[in-house]
Design a protein around this ligand. Structure first.
Ligand SMILES: C[S@@+](CC[C@H](N)C(=O)[O-])C[C@H]1O[C@@H](n2cnc3c(N)ncnc32)[C@H](O)[C@@H]1O
Length: 227
């Protein structure tokens, strides 16, 4: 199994199962993880699109164990999660060694689903490896959500929501990892925030979308530098 020197990888999308890919990466090499794993809710969009591994939970423990290993000491992970599988996610985070140090609710101006209640929020946990220093200006734990239209991915996250999380929890010259990167929204947000980024994605189509988005972001940055 060849080793991927994570500290030398910059602005890359890696294709494959994130548990297997992360096993090849160097321990303690990542400054911040921002990720949006399958919610374990058997998601189906209005036009029938599904999310890989959303119907099984065997990957949750191994994936977060690898994320924990890859993070530097005293660093953060922000993970979105499905509220109806909170027990599975929290159990994996605690078993792995993460401290649950914050919970962020993202308020939607629209209902993304309707059941006993209207679904008008997304949610993410702030997890810590070790004890990172407190910030002098902490971010609020309720934020506004933006609808992306899901044109690039069935559950595409808004860049304007991800970017402040990267700016708050990743050092200015740091490396961001998203092991479930989908269409690459975290990677685009990381580039806009001036951070390096590595994404991993299982599905070939989403992997290509993420590569295209990241490359066009990198070219835009290069054009700006060239004046
Ligand atoms: C909730 S979506 C992420 C969407 C992303 N935040 C965006 O804005 O496009 C989760 C992604 O994880 C991918 N995935 C599921 N299991 C995976 C695995 N074992 N390794 C890597 N990617 C995986 C799915 O294909 C899906 O694209």
């Amino acid at each position: 199994m060849s080793v991927l020197p994570t500290h030398l990888i910059r602005h890359t999308v890696l294709h494959g199962d994130c548990v297997e890919v992360m096993q090849r990466m160097t321990s303690g090499s990542v400054d911040f993880i921002l990720t949006d794993p399958p919610y374990l809710c058997r998601y189906k969009s209005r036009i029938g699109q599904t999310i890989a591994n959303d119907d099984r939970d065997g990957w949750v423990g191994p994936a977060f164990a690898e994320m924990y290993r890859l993070l530097k000491p005293d660093a953060f992970c922000v993970s979105f999660y499905g509220w109806n599988a909170v027990d599975k996610f929290v159990a994996a985070w605690r078993t792995t060694g993460f401290h649950l140090v914050g919970h962020i609710v993202f308020r939607k101006r629209y209902a993304s689903a309707t059941g006993y209640t209207e679904s008008r929020h997304e949610q993410a946990y702030l997890l810590a490896k070790g004890r990172p220093e407190l910030s002098g200006s902490p971010v609020p734990d309720v934020m506004d959500w933006e609808y992306t239209g899901n044109r690039l991915h069935p559950t595409q996250k808004p860049i304007n929501v991800l970017r402040p999380l990267i700016e708050a929890f990743c050092p200015p010259d740091g490396q961001v990892l998203d092991p479930f990167c989908g269409s690459g929204s975290t990677l685009v947000a990381a580039r806009l925030a001036g951070r390096c980024c590595v994404g991993i994605e299982l599905e070939t189509t989403h992997c290509h979308t993420a590569e295209l988005r990241l490359n066009s972001q990198l070219h835009a940055g290069a054009r700006k530098l060239a004046g």
